[in-house]
Write a protein that binds this ligand. Sequence first.
Ligand code: SF4
Ligand code: SF4
Length: 180
Amino acid sequence: MQLTQRAKQVERKPMTLLEKIYLWNIAKGMLITIRHLFKRKATIKYPEETRSFSKVFRGVQILNRDEEGRERCTACGLCAVACPAEAITMEAAERQPGEEHLYREEKYAAKYEINMLRCIFCGYCEEACPKDAIYLTQTFAPANYGRQGFIYKKEDLLIPDPKEDPEGYQKALGEKSSKA
Ligand code: SF4
Ligand code: SF4
């Protein structure tokens, strides 16, 4: 029984001599290949070449520091609550006397992780953060062979110290430099 009237009987015509020797079809295929040699290439030689991104491109996150190199994140958890993909996890810790040069406030993130396989780069974490502690940068998460490699830990996310590596700090901050 036919469910629709769209079924069509395919005719199986006997092949002509030209079709039997395949040369014409091979020549047609080669012509298509040659035509593409002169067309503008759709691909680039990554990583030697990179594409320029839009100004509003949202890439992999960084955890920011202040101008004195102290971690800005206070492990308040607002980014994790705002994250629709539930990609962020963290553990808070109390700043100890003598650690004032490391952490800006009394509380800091002892552990901070983002699962890049979950992240949809929506930017809600950046918007939710009251401390300017997390930014989405202009770079994307590099390829990896294992799932574990996509769990970005605090060490992977933390921006270089502006006092020790000002160049690396500015580079990591990219377009956000004016906001720092
Ligand atoms: S960019 Fe969006 S999905 Fe990714 S960690 Fe931030 S809030 Fe979650
Ligand atoms: S990154 Fe911002 S919002 Fe997220 S825990 Fe740290 S201070 Fe709070």
